[in-house]
Design a protein around this ligand. Structure first.
Ligand code: NAD
Length: 472
């Protein structure tokens, strides 16, 4: 059992002043895992003050000093990779392969950003002016519960490269992952205040961060409704706001695709991270004349997916992160049935043989149309909706008929044709014949899936602001 009653402020773990205690359970066994005391607004103000002090030095640090910090962070996080992997399994229910990937990705964020920084020039000439790319100032980095170490390290790497001190607020629903990540980052030995970490609720700690005048930049990842609230709250002090939000991503199988392979990849996209991924390809668009073949493949391949103990290397889908998530998925499965979709695999309840834990059955609906809730709303679990289309133009129209536009997938044997489709999709990224993103590419959403981009050069520049010195 773990107990956490501290925050990481100014380079030290200090007891929190908040008094709200949260109890957590292992989602695979429903056994108690421990309890956590949440930080409050006073803790948040202390963290912001520490970041403000550190900003004065970090903002003027050299490129070489920032590269050193990134390398120290990379080494420290890599040394904690096993702990990050284990806690992602224990607290979150991430299957082993996914947890392992996250644990590596976290340290690689720092390595990639250090490499990028080596080739980055903070000064350029435009007309008569010297343009200096300057750090925007103290940043609040706010993360969701479905990706803790990865989101935190990716945002922190860009912030430090740009010279921004930060206050990091992971989700209050992931205390143990936060603790392990904080211990790993602390081991890098960076000057106090460069980053500060605290757990607290959105309505107090989160709100303090997005309204405090000493915070210049918000880098938020979470749901669209919270993103909307943040934009409103941050307007009072005109903060630079970046938002990575809800997804309802389309995966389009073109009619020339290698179907068995495309369906395998499409299912991997739909069910990645137990279906709790903003980039999950949860709307599968298939040519109407190949629907029968697709459904046969889907049924066979879904039946072969192992749902169960996330520690087992053979497990494809572990438990959902919480009881609330379990109930949410049941609601959407019922909604799909009520609104007339055809159940192709899965359905309500737990998978056979699993009496405990927040396990759900990987579920696939066919004959879904874009008016149904399961086609329009983010379900955030392993539930896939199959829509049929007449031709490529119809597929593009269906894919774009959504409030969201985070990431899309296209499967085809013909790269030119896939590219032509990709160019017409309203999505921040389109992956052709692959399920893993390019970590150097800009990451973010169009429409209500977000504002601004993270990762690589675009991530770095999102923490910088151009200053023109005219006549220099
Ligand atoms: P959420 O919006 O409920 O919470 C995200 C974070 O915001 C948490 O740390 C929460 O405490 C904080 N928060 C809540 N209210 C706040 C407020 N008023 N001010 C400041 N902070 C506040 O999201 P969640 O349930 O933790 O995560 C799931 C959602 O995140 C899904 O919609 C998913 O698609 C999205 N997501 C998006 C991306 C992306 O890059 N686009 C990546 C992962 C998850």
């Amino acid at each position: 059992m773990h107990t956490f009653h501290h925050a990481y402020i100014d380079g030290r773990f200090v007891p929190v002043q908040g008094t709200t205690v949260l109890h957590s359970v292992n989602p695979a066994t429903e056994e108690p895992l421990g309890h956590t005391t949440l930080a409050n607004r006073d803790d948040a103000r202390q963290a912001i003050a520490a970041a403000k002090r550190a900003q004065a030095l970090l903002g003027r640090s050299s490129k070489a000093e920032r590269i050193d910090m990134l390398q120290q962070l990379e080494a420290a996080v890599l040394a904690h990779a096993d702990q990050i992997r284990d806690v992602t399994i224990e607290e979150y229910g991430g299957p082993l392969a996914r947890a392992q990937w996250v644990s590596q990705y976290a340290s690689q964020c720092f390595a990639r950003t250090a490499e990028l920084l080596r080739g980055y020039d903070f000064s350029r000439r435009v007309g008569d002016s010297l343009v200096r790319m300057e750090p925007v100032g103290v940043a609040a980095l706010i993360a969701p519960w479905n990706s803790v170490a990865g989101t935190v390290c990716s945002k922190l790497a860009s912030a430090i490269a740009a010279g921004c001190a930060s206050v990091i607020k992971p989700s209050e629903l992931s205390p143990w992952q936060t603790e392990v990540t904080a211990q790993a980052l602390h081991a890098a030995g960076l000057p106090g205040g460069v980053f500060n970490i605290l757990l607290g609720r959105g309505e107090d700690v989160g709100d303090e961060l997005v309204t405090h005048p000493d915070v210049a930049r918000i880098s938020f990842t979470g749901s669209t409704p919270t993103g909307q609230a943040i934009v409103r709250a941050a307007a009072g002090t005109i903060k630079r706001v970046g938002l990575g939000l809800t997804g309802k991503c389309a995966a389009i199988v073109l009619d020339d695709a290698d179907l068995p392979q495309a369906i395998e990849q499409a299912l991997a996209c739909a069910f990645m991270n137990n279906g709790q991924a903003c980039v999950a390809g949860t709307r599968l668009l298939v040519p109407a004349h190949r629907l029968t073949e697709v459904l046969a493949l889907v049924q066979r391949q879904v039946a072969a997916l192992r749902v169960g103990d996330p520690r087992d290397a053979e497990t494809a889908i572990g438990p959902l992160a919480s009881r609330a998530q379990y109930e949410r998925i049941q609601h959407y499965i019922r909604r799909g049935l009520e609104q007339g979709a055809t159940l192709v695999a899965g359905g309500e309840g737990r998978p056979e043989g699993l009496a405990k834990g927040y396990f759900v059955r990987p579920t696939v609906f066919a004959h879904v149309h874009n008016g149904m809730d399961i086609a329009r709303e983010e379900i955030f679990g392993p539930v896939l909706s199959i829509l049929s289309y007449a031709d490529d133009a119809d597929a593009i129209a269906l894919a774009n008929d959504s409030a969201y536009g985070l990431q899309a997938y296209v499967f085809s044997r013909n790269r030119d044709r896939a590219l032509a489709v990709a160019e017409r999709l309203d999505a921040g990224a389109v992956l052709i014949n692959r399920t893993l993103p390019d970590p150097l590419a800009p990451f973010g959403g169009m429409k209500q899936s977000g504002l601004g981009r993270e990762s690589g050069l675009f991530g770095l520049e999102s923490f910088l602001e151009p200053k023109a010195i005219v006549g220099a």
